[in-house]
Design a protein around this ligand. Structure first.
Ligand code: ANZ
Ligand code: ZN
Length: 802
């Protein structure tokens, strides 16, 4: 093929062509009920913003695209869908500014996103595209709400909520970041309004427990567990002196009860009014602290404030008479809103006691309480008959003692709160209930769903804080579905998490107008096999959707109790200057520009090559160029192929080595190391050109195809193939060819021989470390000691110094 030698690698010429070809051929369709094994790969569907697709999206999407393409080549029936999470504030804020309807804005943005996603060659199944703002979709979002309502899991409550004065809306706990509105960055206030709530707390235990059933990154599991915040402790009653009342406190350190020298109530505690007795000082204090956000109140380093009520209670174990205080570091919504103060052994109590000269009594030995609180476990002292016991033993003994005397009870508490589900906004799903003067809250009958969003002229929330829907009289005023009397529609809308709670279920059957999706199809496709998304969604979307899925499981709509078998997360892509990409910094990389200059294959490879997949990494234009040069070299190497010549043994070994590395690394999301193996192979090939035959080049292309599909397809056809490379099987490497290269790695701990491992040659220091610390014998040697240093002699020895 001599004339081919002059062909230059020109991604602009080839990429669009193949994208159209794949789409025309329907290569990425997923077939319901196919006999092939199913694989459901999921990415978080994007919110179509005005800025367009972010290179961060590209990172996560390309990774799952690679896995989807590989799985198809391995004979699986792959579902890899995409849609639009399109309700939300930015489109609404845009509407407030410009008067353009959010629907119009959204449509435009979706088109732009679609164009961008297609230009990346992502193998999404467009036949199942969905949009959360489509009434045919949100009909079922509303339907789910009605089911929650029926089961008592959706309820209204007048509670102090986080309120953003700038967005003029209530926020969920999860939408407040460091005391600020996640959207606009404004300081959040407390405001009491009637809100729709979802009882996610009822699922707290299962949300923790079932994490054992799934394969999530450890850091994701940990973060969810910490967020749900399960605490085992004891609820203890402190009798109020000269009164029939008592105060119940929650403590995780009952072993310190002899050191409890005061009881502190949250300003909102129901007993507070009983103690206040018109004291001006106390009243002032309560008023002031109610204005503060929970974040301000509970920050550890914040100065503690409080006020003495004038009353006392009795420590049930020491019998001491101790003062009752009000302090706003005690949170009303946790553990009953009262604590026993143990200044000697709790930091916050210590600060409080120092400031207000409350007695500090040491009851756990081992610290120096003249300097600071001693918070560790230890041995009890000054604790009557329990002195001398270890904390652990004392916790059990004292708990039993209190339970017997009916003064206390083992209690489990969770930090998780019920989910504030109302937003006073226009651009969201209307909450499908009607308020009737006579019947109260009446759910909209299912046959009347969807409750469509009406058109409005003004998008700003009203001055009362109600959503702009409240101003549309002919939409708001309706007849009660029950008594036909005068009634009004609910004007709150749902948060933008509502649509994303269950979208992955809808992909199974996106055009169903009878139910959220047919159970048969759901049973075929669910659970999702692999879900990749942002770490920042761990305690938001990921938790919410697990909750809703469990609920749907309980009412028999889905077949399993967990929606996602596996969850991974990609690190964010920072700008070249190491900062977050942001319009205001002017450091945003637009994927369009990279594709224009280098092509989609370069962008795809670059983003997979830039660093370990789960770590944040800064953009580097230089490396983009390096990747482009790699593809040009690969192009040249393949074009030089002599017809049907066989590769030398040496080259064969090399390509099978590559095969093994790619097969293993991709499944572990070690995209960067897989790609560097491709690069070394090309360099090796160029150095040994005469020995490289067609067999090896074809294997190389098939392996490369999931990562860089366009160039692989083009070169495949240049090599004379009539059928698409996508129809090739993902190759298996020959164990014989690879095995010869195995080496024995000596593992030492602190210079002493401890183990040996057979492994492939050429593994990196990091890989060797991982292999070594995964061995039982080595694990035992290391224990929980810190690894100080690792000495690594490639292919020979690793020494772990602890
Ligand atoms: C006495 C004590 C002694 C405590 C000690 C700690 C150390 P977690 O693990 O987060 O559940 N606490 C209880 N309710 C509270 C509330 N509403 N607001 C603020 N603090 C509250 O923490 C439980 C501990 O947090 C409880 O145990 C209580 O202080 C405090 F040496 O009780 B402890
Ligand atoms: Zn009625």
């Amino acid at each position: 093929m001599p004339e081919l030698k002059n062909m230059e690698y020109d991604p602009q010429k080839i990429e669009g062509k193949w994208q159209k070809f794949w789409e025309r051929k329907g290569f990425f369709k997923a077939k319901d009920f196919s006999k092939k094994p199913k694989k459901y790969f999921l990415v978080e569907f994007p919110y179509p913003s005005g800025e367009g697709l972010h290179v961060g999206h590209v990172r996560g999407y390309t990774a799952m695209d690679i896995l989807s393409r590989k799985a198809r080549m391995e004979g699986n029936n792959v579902l890899f869908p995409i849609g639009w999470d399109a309700f939300g504030l930015p489109a609404e804020n845009h509407a407030i500014k410009t008067g353009i309807h959010p629907k119009e804005t959204t449509q435009k943005r979706v088109l732009n996103y679609k164009r961008q996603i297609k230009s990346l060659g992502l193998s999404f199944n467009w036949k199942r595209e969905l949009n959360t703002t489509d009434p045919k979709y949100y009909k079922w979002t509303q339907w789910i709400f009605l089911q929650l309502f029926k089961k008592g899991l959706a309820y209204q409550a007048k509670i102090p909520i986080n309120w953003c004065p700038s967005c003029k809306t209530g926020l969920a706990h999860e939408e407040v970041v460091s005391g600020k509105c996640e959207r606009c960055g404004k300081e959040v206030e407390q405001k009491e309004i009637k809100q729709w709530m979802l009882r996610i707390t009822k699922y707290a235990e299962r949300l923790i427990e079932d994490l054992d059933k799934v394969d999530y990154l450890d850091k994701i599991k940990t973060q969810q567990k910490e967020w749900i915040g399960k605490s085992n402790g004891v609820g203890v009653k402190f009798k109020v002196k000269d009164s029939s009342k008592s105060i119940e406190v929650f403590t995780t350190r009952i072993d310190t009860i002899f050191g409890a020298t005061a009881v502190v109530l949250a300003p909102e505690h129901p007993l507070v009014s009983y103690f206040v007795n018109g004291s001006k000082e106390v009243k002032e204090y309560i008023k002031k602290s109610k204005k503060k956000t929970e974040f301000e109140r509970t920050k550890l380093e914040k100065e503690k404030t409080g006020v003495f009520t004038g009353s006392f209670c009795i420590n049930p174990l020491s019998g001491e008479i101790i003062p009752i205080w009000i302090g706003d570091y005690v949170v009303a919504t946790y553990g009953g809103g009262a604590v026993m103060m143990v200044p000697a052994h709790d930091k916050r109590d210590y600060d409080f006691a120092k400031k207000y000269r409350i007695k500090i009594k040491e009851v756990i030995s081992g610290g120096d309480i003249s300097k600071e609180a001693f918070i560790n476990y230890g041995k009890l002292m000054n604790s009557g008959e329990f002195s001398g016991l270890s904390s652990k033993a004392a916790i059990e003994k004292i708990t039993n003692f209190l339970e017997k005397k009916k003064l206390g009870k083992k209690t489990t508490k969770y930090k998780l709160r019920d989910w504030v589900f109302s937003r006073q906004h226009y651009w969201g799903e209307p909450i499908p209930v009607i308020h009737c003067e006579k019947c109260g809250v009446v759910p909209v009958p299912e046959k009347d769903l969807p409750v469509k969003l009406p058109f409005v002229k003004k998008y700003k929330p009203t001055k009362t804080g109600e959503s702009p829907l409240a101003l549309i009289k002919d939409w708001v005023n309706v007849n009660c579905p029950k008594c036909k009397g005068k009634a009004k529609r609910e004007t709150d809308t749902m948060p933008n998490w509502a649509g994303s709670n269950w979208y992955f279920i809808r992909y199974c059957d996106p055009r169903n107008d009878k139910e959220l999706a047919s159970f048969k199809k759901i049973r075929y496709w669910l659970p999702v096999d692999w879900y990749n998304g942002g770490m920042e969604h761990t305690t938001l979307h990921l938790l919410y959707s697990r909750f809703i899925y469990k609920f749907l499981f309980d009412i028999g709509k889905v077949p399993t109790s967990e929606p996602y078998k596996k969850r991974t997360s990609h690190g964010i892509v920072l700008a070249e200057d190491q900062r977050k990409m942001s319009k205001s910094f002017g450091n945003v990389i637009n994927p369009d520009n990279i594709i224009k200059k280098y092509g989609a294959d370069t962008l795809r490879i670059y983003e997979m090559f830039m660093g370990p997949f789960d770590q944040a990494i800064a953009w580097s234009s230089k490396s983009v160029n390096g990747v482009y040069r790699f593809l040009k070299k690969a192009w040249g190497l393949v074009l030089d192929c002599k017809d049907n010549k066989e590769s030398s043994k040496e080259v064969k070994k090399e390509v099978h080595q590559l095969n093994r590395k790619v097969a293993e690394d991709l499944e572990k999301m070690k995209f960067n190391t897989a790609i560097s193996s491709f690069m070394s192979f090309v360099n090796f090939g160029l150095d040994n050109k005469k020995e490289v035959g067609r067999d090896s080049l074809e294997r190389f292309l098939v392996l490369l195809c999931p990562i860089a599909p366009h160039i692989s397809e083009e070169l495949w056809s240049i090599l004379g193939h009539k059928k698409s490379i996508l129809k090739e099987k993902f190759p298996k490497y020959s164990r014989k060819l690879v095995k010869e290269d195995n080496i024995i790695l000596i593992v030492q701990v602190n210079g002493k021989f401890r183990d040996k491992i057979e492994t492939s040659s050429g593994i990196s220091k990091e890989e060797a470390k991982e292999l070594a610390i995964a061995r039982k014998r080595i694990k035992k040697q290391i224990g929980n000691k810190k690894i100080k240093k690792i000495v690594f002699i490639p292919d020979k020895l690793i020494n772990i110094v602890v």
